[in-house]
Design a protein around this ligand. Sequence first.
Ligand code: SF4
Length: 366
Amino acid sequence: MESSTAVTIPMQRRLTRKLQLGSVELGGDAPISVQSMTNTLTEDVASTVAQIQKLGEAGCEIVRVAVPHMESARAISEIRKQTDLPLVADIHFDHRLALAAADAGCDGLRINPGNIGSEIHVREVVAAAKDKGLPIRIGVNGGSLEKDLMARYGGATPHAMVESALGHVAILEKQGFGDIKISLKASDVPRTVAAYRLLSKRCDYPLHVGVTEAGGLFPGVVKSALGIGMLLSEGIGDTLRVSLTRDPVEEVRVGFEILKSLGLRQRGPDIISCPTCGRTRIDLFSILDAVEKRLMGVMAPIKVAIMGCVVNGPGEAREADVGIAGGMGKGILFRKGEVVRKCREDELVDVLMAEVAVLEEEWRKT
Ligand code: SF4
């Protein structure tokens, strides 16, 4: 019988140009990277660096910081000294902030050249980006589209968003600049997906994908998983950000879950847990919560099963490297679907984690 691990979603990744963003390669055959954005005041260097560190521990590979004024632009210089993660300065309208952020040592800029005034301003930003080797992300947002495009297309339609992005691209290309990546975000899945599909046929710049302002944890995860997942499954997307009204660390965790679910990246354990039913005789919800928390620092790409009963548990989790299955106030530890030992319910988490530690150790040695 064919193993389920042999099944993959057939997808051909769209071939894009490759960019260097600090230490991270983006586009082409580079891994699809996960990024997020700090929500501290950027000029509060201690808080910003602390959040960047937490993001890095969660696996974040690119961090964007808001640069609304000069103080925040200059703060990048000190932040730069305290982190190795690539830093993207997020700027709206004021080209002087882009110049200051470039001087302060950011690794990339997010700025729309059509919104920063005269051609001279664009030339100055492009010169600074070329000089420092900084890519520029053009970020089109359905909520802030140019009025003339809105009028021409009758709203922030996917075609209008694509025209906006290509308009900004043309401004940079006119200056001989091609280190560009593009995002085209709307707050709903159909429009976001349609816009990226259209754009992916019009250029080969790397695409930063995401559904913007997706909401809190529950709706945000669903919208992001659908929108980003649909695009990635069509080979569209070189880097992603999950947008949640939450701690940005959650965005990174969800981003990796999306990539792991599609078999595009591996990072840490994959947890299989049953939904519980009338056969469940242990507190599986609490056990799963405890296991999830304790697995957070584990990096080994192992499958861990948390199952409610011994009837179906080991069988349903045959693909798991290690797992537990509950009984009446007790449970069993199993490995690769085979029972290893029995123990009390209150011992299950510790017993499982001891086995995980062994697997982690073996993985680190390989
Ligand atoms: Fe029910 Fe057992 Fe399946 Fe969990 S593994 S849903 S307890 S039958």
